[in-house]
Write a protein that binds this ligand. Structure first.
Ligand code: SF4
Length: 85
């Protein structure tokens, strides 16, 4: 699977997940928790993590994968909390 966001934005060029040495499947592996852990490690060290988090919170069409170091389930909880404020 290729990590293809709906809209390519300039900050994505600095994303740790866009580095050539990473496997995009780590962000979307549904069975491989090891992949998710690797992805989360990259996210936690990513220069654009705060921007990425804001992006995924605003894009309800993103329903899969690891974003900004969180599972999409965790993102869903954040979205609901944001809507209730
Ligand atoms: S925080 Fe994670 S998902 Fe977001 S751009 Fe960085 S590496 Fe990619």
């Amino acid at each position: 699977m290729v990590m293809t966001p709906p809209v390519r934005e300039p900050w994505m060029d600095a994303a740790a997940c866009a580095r050539p040495e990473v496997d995009p499947d780590w962000w979307f592996a549904t069975e491989a928790k090891d992949g998710h852990l690797l992805a989360m490690g990259y996210c936690n060290a990513c220069d654009v993590q705060p921007t990425c988090l804001g992006y995924v919170l605003d894009h309800l069409d993103l329903t899969d994968g690891i974003w900004a170091g969180f599972t999409i389930r965790q993102i869903g909880k954040m979205r609901r909390k944001k809507c209730n404020q």
